[in-house]
Design a protein around this ligand. Structure first.
Ligand code: GUN
Ligand code: ZN
Length: 424
């Protein structure tokens, strides 16, 4: 048993923030040997219940749940900030050449280590990440995450057409490889496998059908892909799959929409698409820095809330421009405010934060496991120094309430706010 004393942020089941100015987090091993939250709340009350637990005191700091990045590409770490005239030229000119190198296990391992260092520095403790089409890229990532005892999700990318030599795979072998990787890694320690068709335009019907069959056979695996990000991409998908009602409906037709299915972007949707998301329990990974960088468009938060389906925040590095959850939350606020292409909304700071922690965990089917600091949750957390820079010190000390405090950190914050990241 170990107790940590500082200000303490967590969330109630309705997604509202719970904040103790002088809080105490008590952590201890469960039957499985994993460190979980045993108790949390106001320091005086919690300390009285655990008189034996040694206390580490971090005055002036805030303990908060580790961030959850719902969609990122570890193999795209080196192509952050690669300019292009939109998604499709960016894939062709930068992404596919960079991903070709992940046929080399040593290169995959080197980038996986750098990537995990960068996530930790930024306070991200779980991510759902693309690997590449090379099975070695999955092995390298899981090996690195396992050594660090992280809860991480990835899978081999499926792309058997409209892809250059070096990243293109072959339907039958790709499905054999995926199943072997599921058996090798899924639910091993804190690791989870995601069946990962890149997006419908780069898979044949046979590959998508096989992916759907795997998703049915292994119902607690994740499904991870992209949809409706860019207008040229949507046009292309509609040409390739003329019988589907919409681009999103292509995935439904192949059995690729269910709980634990996560689609990045979901920008160019109509209400029928939104209802399909809700009815199938499928979630969106909202990726605002990527959408701004590639000029893809703006996620319709009002539409998502009006229909009521699951979504959470994601960096989408390397289309996205930052590993920092603060930058992602800020960009989500900008994207919400945009009111020319869809209704503009002002997302409350605590909700932005929830969408990148407990809300993202719920969207991944991991509610009560990660993303929160309520009793029973795995104890992955960050220690924030709200006075990390002169301007942050000034602005956070002026905050009159929790929403103002959280917004000051979202607007002004970056990796300097994260003083330490603790893994359970
Ligand atoms: N659509 C298909 N592949 C990708 C990718 O790597 N990044 C993004 N942002 N969109 C995609
Ligand atoms: Zn992506």
């Amino acid at each position: 048993m170990q107790a940590y004393r500082a200000s303490l942020l967590r969330f109630d089941p309705a997604g509202r923030p719970v904040y103790d100015e002088d809080g105490l987090l008590v952590v201890g091993p469960d039957a499985d040997g994993r460190q979980r939250v045993q108790d949390a709340g106001a320091c005086a009350a919690v300390a009285a219940r655990h008189p034996q637990a040694p206390v580490t005191h971090w005055p002036g700091r805030i303990i908060a749940p580790g961030f959850v990045d719902m969609h990122i590409h570890y193999p795209q770490t080196d192509i952050i900030g690669a300019p292009a005239d939109g998604l499709l030229p960016w894939l062709e000119n930068y992404t596919f050449p960079a991903e070709t190198r992940f046929g080399d296990k040593a290169h995959s391992a080197e980038i996986a280590e750098f990537f995990l260092d960068e996530l930790m520095r930024n306070g991200v403790t779980t991510s759902l990440t693309f690997a590449t089409s090379h099975p070695q890229s999955v092995d390298a990532f899981f090996e690195a995450a396992q050594r660090r005892r992280l809860r991480m999700l990835t899978g081999k990318v499926l792309q058997d057409r409209h892809s250059p030599d070096g990243v293109r795979d072959q339907a039958e072998q790709s499905l054999i490889d995926s199943e072997a990787l599921i058996r090798k890694w899924h639910n091993v320690d804190r690791l989870g496998y995601a069946i990962t068709p890149r997006f419908a335009p780069t898979s044949t019907d046979a590959q998508l059908r096989g992916a759907g069959e795997l998703a049915a056979k292994y119902p607690d695996t994740w499904i991870h892909s992209h949809v409706a990000e860019n207008k040229d991409e949507v046009r292309w998908a509609r040409e390739l799959f003329p019988h589907a009602r919409s681009y999103l409906d292509v995935y439904a037709g192949f059995g690729l929409m269910r709980e634990r299915a996560v689609y990045a972007h979901c920008i160019h949707f109509d209400d029928d698409d939104r209802r399909l998301m809700r009815e199938t329990g499928t979630a969106t990974a909202v990726s605002p820095t990527s959408n701004l960088f590639l000029g893809s468009g703006f996620f319709d938060f009002e539409g998502a809330d009006r229909i009521g389906y699951e979504y959470g925040l994601a960096s989408d590095v390397g289309g996205g421009t930052s590993f920092s959850p603060f930058t992602t939350m800020m960009a989500a606020y900008y994207a919400g405010r945009e009111g020319q292409t869809k209704p503009g909304v002002s997302i409350p700071p605590s909700q932005l934060w929830w969408r990148h922690t407990a809300g993202a965990a719920r969207a991944l089917g991991l509610e009560g496991v990660i993303g929160n600091l309520q009793p029973g949750c795995e104890a992955d957390f960050v220690v924030i120094n709200p006075k990390a820079t002169p301007l942050l010190a000034r602005k956070t000390s002026l905050a009159a309430n929790l929403e103002e405090l959280l917004f000051a950190m979202i607007v002004l914050g970056d990796d300097r706010l994260i003083e330490r990241t603790v893994i359970c």
